[in-house]
Design a protein around this ligand. Structure first.
Ligand code: R5P
Length: 285
């Protein structure tokens, strides 16, 4: 088996390869003077089983994934792992004339002959149906729960910032025997959310708010404000996908967040938890 990490998921690919006792395949990525991308797989993949790992947090990451897929044409079998799939939040038409962006991405990826696609904590599971090959969504939330349980927090409480991640947070709490609660969020604009004020039993407790992703940090900042008003001790924010766009890091720190905890589905300094174990487990299956 060859493990090929794309430009956005090099560290994660190395962790997966190490867990399978394989050296990651060397791949080169450069840009031409006009800024177009170029990829080259430095080993022959003819008749090999290939696992391609590449998050698509940016447009250029998606292009690199498509290029790598093309470069794997002679492989016997190609499995693609998209740890963070960009454009997944536009999973349906909200207004007439809109593209279903998640479907467009899935179609582009499965224009190639693939064995299987794995994603991790997709924003909406129905996106799996847009891939024309078998597709499975892996769950990294328990890795965060285990990490949180090891932090030695004071009467910890897990919080879901909205109903979309209610089940995920409930399962995380059940797995580690932690308390949990949920907020009620309404999004008014891309970077503006409001949260219904809610009395919670947070006085003097350490709290971890967990979401599938943190983008602008608006959701988390709003939740932190309410928790602080209610007398929470330390407030941590955690997510599977640290998109952390614009000034999210500054915004969260300014809101009083003690730390940002995230996985390496997107490789950032905050990505202290690796999703490699769940990928390895899926590949071994
Ligand atoms: C939305 O439904 C997602 O689960 C996240 O809550 C959202 O994407 C976070 O975005 P932001 O950090 O911009 O509030």
């Amino acid at each position: 088996m060859k493990i090929i990490g794309g430009p956005s998921s090099q560290a994660l690919a190395c962790r997966v390869a190490a867990g399978l006792n394989i050296k990651p395949t060397i791949t080169d990525f450069i840009r031409f003077p006009d800024n177009e991308q170029y990829v080259q797989i430095k080993e022959d993949v003819t008749d090999e089983e290939v696992v391609l790992i590449q998050s698509t947090a940016s447009d250029s990451d998606l292009v690199a994934l498509l290029q790598l897929l093309d470069a794997c044409e002679s492989a016997k079998m190609v499995t693609v792992v998209i740890p963070y799939m960009g454009y997944a939040r536009q999973d349906k038409k909200f207004k007439d004339g809109e593209a279903i962006s998640a479907r467009a991405m899935a179609r582009a990826v499965t224009a190639h002959n693939l064995n299987k696609v794995y994603t991790i904590n997709l924003h909406e599971k129905n996106i799996l149906n847009y891939f024309s090959c078998p597709a499975e969504d892996l769950d990294a939330s328990q890795l965060i729960a285990e990490y949180a349980a090891g932090l030695g927090l004071k009467r910890p409480l897990l919080i879901a910032p909205d109903k979309g991640v209610r089940n995920m947070v409930e399962n995380m709490a059940a797995g580690m025997n932690l308390d949990w609660d949920v907020f009620d969020k309404t999004r008014l604009a891309g970077d503006h959310v409001v949260m219904a004020d809610k009395k919670m039993d947070v006085e003097g407790r350490d709290v971890i708010i967990v979401d599938d992703m943190i983008a602008t940090g608006g959701t988390m900042a709003e939740a932190v404000g309410i928790l602080e008003k209610n007398g929470a001790h330390d407030v941590y924010v955690a997510c599977i996908h640290p998109v952390l766009t614009r000034n999210a890091v500054l915004r969260l720190s300014n809101a009083g967040v003690k730390d940002i905890i995230a996985t390496d589905t997107i490789e950032k300094v905050q990505s202290r938890i690796s999703a490699a174990p769940i990928i390895i487990e899926a590949l071994k299956k």
